[in-house]
Ligand binder design. Structure first.
Ligand SMILES: CC(C)(COP(=O)(O)OP(=O)(O)OC[C@H]1O[C@@H](n2cnc3c(N)ncnc32)[C@H](O)[C@@H]1OP(=O)(O)O)[C@@H](O)C(=O)NCCC(=O)NCCS
Length: 215
């Protein structure tokens, strides 16, 4: 890990040094992309140095136009997105028609979905964002819509399950406020429709983690 001093910028020389430092970080690490609470795009080096982009950044403009609403049309049209979230066609067939589906739409194009199964303990059954639009806050907006719907329907808790191997998803859900509940071992096996030997980031797809959020 590179040591990156973070100092207050007091003069032009400092600013130049910081800019050189960030260039160095950009070359050495994949910067972590995020949004601040005020809608700015932030790039964070592993050392936590921030570069702020303005609200006029193209991703922010896209996000401003994006709408989340419930989907009343044909669910089959959403199957490619469901496939992004689940490797088992057998499982998708079983739940595609259930519950309520929210979609994120931008300029008439569906760029994400979230499926919610109602109940005292509601379940976030499936969600995905089009690959080219990931990391721009669409997933967060879909989860917010699900929270809102659950609260309106007096659900007490929202559950979600994801692969233990998918560390990125575990981060995403915990960033939305979910907390770990339990692990279901050997949930992703051929008998439930999952091909053998799927590996995510070097980790074999085997176990399922349940997370929950009290509403
Ligand atoms: C998981 C998924 C829906 C997230 O949607 P998204 O639009 O990319 O997420 P957002 O841009 O709203 O990100 C919200 C936060 O989660 C983080 N995040 C999202 N995906 C992440 C990933 N793969 N790894 C690490 N962090 C991630 C973002 O960095 C952001 O963090 P921040 O709050 O610190 O800024 C999307 O990555 C996806 O479609 N994945 C493939 C399908 C899938 O696996 N679905 C879930 C099945 S359970």
């Amino acid at each position: 890990m590179v040591h990156c001093p973070s100092r207050r910028l007091t003069d032009r020389a400092e600013r130049r040094r910081r800019s050189r430092h960030l260039r160095l970080c950009r070359n050495r690490h994949r910067l972590i992309r995020a949004h601040t609470a005020r809608g700015r795009v932030t790039y964070r080096a592993p050392c936590d140095t921030d570069i702020q982009k303005t609200r006029s950044h193209p991703d922010n403009r896209k996000l401003a136009k994006m709408m989340v609403h419930s989907h009343d049309g044909d669910r089959e049209q959403l199957r490619p997105l469901f496939r992004e979230a689940d490797d088992s066609e057998q499982q998708i067939d079983a739940y595609l028609g259930l519950g309520t589906v929210f979609v994120a739409e931008d300029d008439g194009e569906i760029i994400g979905h979230l499926q919610l199964i109602a109940g005292d303990e509601a379940e976030l059954k499936s969600m995905a964002v089009a690959e080219s639009r990931r990391g721009t806050g669409v997933g967060r907006a879909l989860v917010r819509a699900a929270f809102e719907h659950c609260r309106q329907n007096a659900a007490k808790r929202l559950l979600v399950a994801t692969a233990a191997a998918d560390v990125g998803n575990l981060r995403f859900y915990q960033r939305q406020g979910f907390r770990m509940l339990r692990v279901e071992r050997d949930a992703f096996v051929p008998s439930t429709g999952y091909p053998d030997e799927i590996v995510i980031d070097g980790i074999p797809l085997r176990d399922r983690v349940w997370l929950g959020l009290d509403l």
